[in-house]
Design a protein around this ligand. Sequence first.
Ligand SMILES: [Zn+2]
Length: 268
Amino acid sequence: MGADGGTIATRSDMVRTKDLDERPDYDAGERRHALWTLCRLSKHPLEAPVMADALGQLYNKDSLLEYLLKRGAAGASETEQRVAGHIRGLRDATSITLTKNPAPQRDEDGTQYYPYACPLTGRPMNGKHNFVYLRCGCVFSETGLRNVAAPKKGNDERAECPQCSAPFSAVFEPRDIECDITWINPSPETQSIRRDLLATRKKRKARTDDKARDSRARPARPARPAKATGDDHDHGHEHAPDATSAESVHAAQTQTAENPKEPTVHTG
Ligand SMILES: [Zn+2]
């Protein structure tokens, strides 16, 4: 932290570098307010563009970018690593669209202010209602989304986002990381299960990538230059004569240069 180099950490620096778990001075209300209105990394108020990760944690995009740069240079703090260590690039988070709370509410004690709400039900995003986001980035209260996107008939789970019409699978399963619906700030238990699943998926992917690399490294069958890459066979045939003629032209040129049999090349 700022201890070396003679800088003095201010109280607000301390607050910003600590994660919620490291703030025993926070009461439940302060903790809830921080979870639902502040960037998890910078502790600045959430302001568009906002991103959410697979654990349902919220970030300001610029703070996430800053973290990724620091991480690349091995300069991210332990706390930051603990919060966002599973994020390796922007693709590991989703840009989300938060809806302004039409009647911005203060908490019962009048001190905490919640600026976002569900566009379907108007419920404030204050940690007292479950909220979810879809792959398209639209954010709803769970109740609101269930009301409009409950599977219509049988086990048909296909649904359309009520805000942007993007198709999604209406499977409401908070602990399944493959689902299209992700809970924002779910329970610590759910978050921990999702964290483990993400780690398992990463390991599995790394193994698959290794295998793919091994098979690429092995000597393959001789390449066939006339073979088109796509599965469109007509194009394959169209390309074949081109490739062949290009090769024969090149071969002819090489041969001419190496064996100047033509009398015209003599210059004197
Ligand atoms: Zn949407």
